[in-house]
Write a protein that binds this ligand. Structure first.
Ligand code: NIG
Ligand code: FE
Length: 394
């Protein structure tokens, strides 16, 4: 059994109830003992048990690693020209997804693997210790299966998104494509996936197709997630709530009924549908941000994630999303940090990550700053000094 004492922590964000200062459960001037990849003890340094090794935090802030619960890392090519066109006034419609599908199908496994590993590495250096990864740029049985195989090499949180868009070769027979997704594609994908997701939006999948696809995934044991209400109002959020999805993602255009439906999932304990907000997408598509305040004030559980993908949000940076959420979405720094850690864990229905209590996984980051406030206060600055994953320095 190997042990490591992280000592001289000026501010420890535990996200455990019972700490001072609201939802972050902040403790000051403490040490944290890691044993076998788990948090074994937290308390004042002078009371710390003996440990094999010591890591000096030098008075800095220590936080749970970020839990990025929404990313599309398996793709080839980039769409910088599409971004430039948007910045010159073109709208985002999601139509570029098919461009990436073409490039992804043409790429070899090694090229896809190199991109996934590069982006996963970028995120890790910015404090992300858990990252969900979706397929969705293959859209054939073989290309979806290989996307998930490659994703599963670097993450246990993998999501089958065969229902990203209807690929061009099925454009005039979407029912047949839904049949493919629910049949052979799901069969090939399910062994490599924990979740199934659908882009429920005008121009992608309507509510009947989305319901059918999610039901097929649920029947083979996959958990549910939905891309919902991104480009306009629609039925995605309420569909996700109805089916007990772990998360509905984007939530940019919500009616009062959508907010009420999300808030009602708080009541039955254990089966909350989280609203995952993806401010990198609004940034990169120059769209209005989702109304986080309205969700929080209604009691909805909110998560923040990057949506890292080559079209609508080509960032792997959770600190950037935290800063956007605070500045542009009227979240407090504490709410944004909670949403990027504990909120992401809820969105993945995990209770071993996103917090730093005894028994939790020792996934944490040491900042080059005295407080979590600096993540939003010093935007764009590389503040993540060290990252531990399963108690191991990365
Ligand atoms: O989450 N909305 C659908 N899918 C991605 C965008 C994908 C793309 O533009 O390539 C998203 O924003
Ligand atoms: Fe997405």
């Amino acid at each position: 059994m190997s042990s490591l004492l992280v000592d001289d922590i000026g501010e420890l964000v535990t996200n455990d109830l019972g700490g001072e200062d609201g939802p972050l459960g902040i403790r000051r001037d403490v040490a944290l003992l890691v044993e076998d990849g788990r948090v074994a003890w937290i308390g004042p340094s002078r009371d710390a048990p003996a440990a094999d090794r010591r890591l000096d935090a030098r008075g800095a802030a220590v936080l749970p690693g970020f839990v990025d619960s929404h990313a599309h890392l398996v793709f080839a090519g980039d769409r910088a020209a599409e971004f430039a066109a948007r910045m010159a006034g073109q709208p985002y419609t999601g139509g570029g997804i098919r461009t990436t599908v073409g490039a992804t199908r043409a790429a070899g496994d090694d090229e896809l693997r190199a991109t996934v590993r590069r982006l996963r590495g970028e995120a890790l250096r910015q404090g992300t210790t858990t990252m969900e990864i979706k397929s969705g740029y293959g859209l054939t049985v073989a290309d979806e299966a290989r996307s998930l195989r490659i994703a599963a090499e670097v993450s246990e949180e993998t999501t089958f998104l065969g229902a990203h868009v209807v690929p061009a070769e099925y454009a005039d027979r979407p029912d047949d494509y839904v049949g493919l997704v629910c049949g052979p594609m799901l069969a090939a994908a399910a062994p490599h996936a924990r979740w199934i997701d659908v882009f429920c939006e005008r121009g992608a999948f309507d509510v009947d197709h989305a319901r059918a696809i999610l039901a097929c995934g649920q029947a083979v044991g996959l958990g549910l997630r939905v891309h919902a209400n991104q480009l306009g109002p629609g039925p995605g959020v309420q569909l996700g709530v109805e089916l007990g999805a772990a998360s509905v993602d984007h939530c940019t255009h919500l009616t009062d009924a959508d907010v009420d439906a999300l808030a009602s999932t708080r009541v039955d304990g254990g089966h909350t549908t989280v609203a995952t907000l993806l401010p990198g997408a609004e940034f990169s598509t120059r769209s209005p941000y989702p109304d986080a305040r309205r969700l929080l004030d209604a009691g909805v559980t909110v998560a923040l994630a990057t949506d890292c993908n080559p079209g609508s949000s080509y960032t792997s940076s959770m600190p950037f999303c935290v800063a956007l959420a605070v500045r542009e979405m009227r979240m407090t720094p504490a709410e944004a940090v909670w949403a990027a850690t504990a909120g992401g864990a809820r969105a993945l229905r995990r209770d071993d990550i996103g917090r730093l209590g005894v028994g939790a996984r020792a996934d944490l980051m040491i900042l080059d700053a005295p407080s979590h406030l600096h993540l939003a206060y010093r935007p764009g600055v590389p503040l993540i000094r060290q990252v531990l994953r399963n108690g191991v320095l990365q």
